[in-house]
Design a protein around this ligand. Structure first.
Ligand code: UTP
Ligand code: MN
Length: 520
């Protein structure tokens, strides 16, 4: 504090005391800036002194806090405490700057409000600052290594459920936001204990943070619990569990009052071939496929392919390639080292499988991708145009598997609640799983020419979010367009060739991430 001759000091004090606020002494020079000095921890006399100093410099310094205030100046307070105080004044909605005294004194010295810098902001946490582990994570999932090891399953399960519900409700934008938030938590090296550890992390929006906070503080999220219990969510889960039924169809049925399989059957709705197969094999298809079962299917597919075209290659893609222990289906990519030899392969593979009785259902779509015609912008990034077969395989059980087969094949509690025990009357088509020597398994077969194989492999390995993030990275950061067929560089106006996934990552300027670390 500077020394002021006694005479002048008296003058200053008496002058200051005459006005109710600064406006009475000098007209405010900076009408956009209305200051309030918080007495807490600053002390009453220092506050009076600093307030008067400010007024003399032409600042508007209020005696009382009100809605007019734009800047709250504090000394030795943390942001959290000031926000609590602000809330007690009914000002929690107000758009005020919470600033440290250093901003005020610097402004006094400068004679005008100085630019607000980070160091002028109040510290977020006063206590435990050294003990809190603050995480840091790159913004795009394709820049991160996401293994199956997850230290935050409670949080990611909560967010994933909300993502799923959003997707089922045709709100993809919200779904992606929750998926991104969950993916960030999946890469953290330890369990999150407080939201303060998440400061500065990407992709954590207000909604996701609220859910996280709820779970951390109460052990569960009220929104998640009410979603799980809602009739709409339960019905959407049960109905979209039918192969061939998407969110839109399910929603239409629900609006007609159809909430479960029995009501669907009773409604007399005409179902397409896929949906009929889906209903027939409902329990099996909703039962996760194990690694062992996937391996058995792989053997079968390889045998079929080898018998119709010996040098053709088969690779298991999807979740199993990423090392997942189970999946909802088994995905395969088929190619041939000589470009063009893959044409006509799939129908032959399918008739081989059909003749041996391994196919319960299949529907093939033809390859509709033509690079020259599509142009770089197309196909729409999430779609691809490969020759593809969506099928249901009949997988024979070994003696051991048959003995271990669950008596009552219920997928999850949602289904168990929505649909009572599957007795013969409600399931005329379905023989009890335990009595059967086989089970139905969803299998996707995709055929790619060798020139597009690396792109197809990358595109079909997933995870879905990892793929989405790769395409977002390509577009936003590299001005490129990535699909399961090709990579186009908008700046160079040409396709970038690649014969391995490593080359594609290199084209994209990304570190190579192996399949086991793409579990975003
Ligand atoms: P899946 O839906 O099979 O996912 O798609 P998954 O990761 O294997 O998970 P589970 O275990 O079966 O549930 C596998 C990959 O194929 C791509 C997806 O982007 C995903 O990366 N895919 C799927 C497509 O490119 N197009 C499609 O029409 C379907
Ligand atoms: Mn899959």
């Amino acid at each position: 504090m500077m020394l002021v001759p006694l005479k002048r000091r008296k003058l200053v004090l008496s002058k200051g005391n005459t006005g109710v606020d600064g406006g009475d002494i000098v007209a405010a020079k900076f009408p956009q800036v209305v200051l309030f000095l918080l007495e807490r921890k600053m002390g009453a006399s220092r506050r009076t002194f600093l307030s008067q100093l400010g007024r003399r410099k032409g600042f508007q310094v209020e005696e009382q806090f009100s809605k007019k205030v734009t800047h709250v100046i504090c000394e030795n307070n943390c942001a959290e405490d000031v926000r609590t105080w602000l809330a007690s004044q009914g000002g929690e909605q107000a758009e005020v700057h919470l600033l440290d005294i250093s901003w005020y004194t610097e402004s006094m010295r400068a004679g005008h409000p100085v630019h607000m810098l980070d160091r002028h902001e109040l510290q977020e946490l006063q206590v435990d600052k050294s003990e809190v582990v603050v995480f840091s994570v790159p913004a795009y999932a394709c820049q991160r290594r996401t293994t199956l090891e997850n230290h935050n399953t409670t949080l990611t399960d909560a967010l994933s459920l909300l993502a799923e519900n959003a997707e089922l409700s045709d709100e993809d934008g919200r779904g992606v936001a929750f998926r991104r938030a969950a993916a960030v938590l999946k890469v953290l090296p330890s369990a999150v204990k407080s939201t303060s550890q998440l400061t500065g992390l990407p992709c954590l929006g207000g909604h996701s943070l609220r859910v996280i906070k709820d779970v951390l503080e109460n052990g569960s999220s009220s929104e998640v619990e009410s979603t799980k219990g809602s009739e709409q969510y339960k019905a959407l889960k049960v109905l979209t569990g039918i192969f061939g039924v998407g969110a839109k169809t399910a929603d239409r049925w629900i609006r007609e009052g159809i909430h479960d399989l029995r009501q669907l059957r009773d409604s007399g709705h005409a179902l397409n071939r896929a949906q009929r197969a889906g209903l027939e094999h409902y329990d099996d298809i909703n039962q996760p496929v194990s690694k062992t079962e996937a391996a058995a299917i792989e053997e079968l597919v390889k045998k079929a392919v080898a018998s119709v075209l010996p040098r053709a290659q088969v690779v298991m893609t999807g979740g199993f390639r990423r090392g997942k222990p189970s999946g909802h289906d088994v995905d395969f990519l088929i190619t041939h080292p000589e470009e063009g030899r893959e044409v006509g392969l799939l129908p032959k593979v399918l008739s081989w499988l059909q003749s041996k009785g391994f196919l319960l259902y299949q529907k093939t779509t033809r390859n509709s991708y033509l690079e020259s015609k599509e142009g770089p912008g197309r196909p729409p990034s999430s779609m691809d145009r490969f020759e593809r077969c969506l099928s249901i395989f009949k997988l024979l059980r070994t003696e051991k598997q048959a003995a271990e087969a669950p008596q009552d094949v219920m997928v999850n509690d949602v289904q168990a609640e929505g649909e009572q025990k599957s007795d013969e009357s409600s399931r005329p088509e379905q023989t009890a799983a335990a009595d059967r020597r086989w089970r139905a398994v969803r299998v996707d077969l995709v055929v790619s020419p060798i020139s597009q194989f690396a792109f197809a492999l990358l595109g079909w390995t997933g995870s879905k979010l990892f793929e989405r993030e790769l395409r977002r990275w390509a577009g936003y950061e590299k001005s490129m367009c990535l699909s399961s067929h090709a990579l186009y560089d908008n700046n160079q106006r040409r396709y970038l060739r690649a014969s391995s996934e490593e080359e594609i990552f290199a084209h994209l300027g990304l570190e190579y991430i192996p399949p086991s670390e793409r579990n975003a």
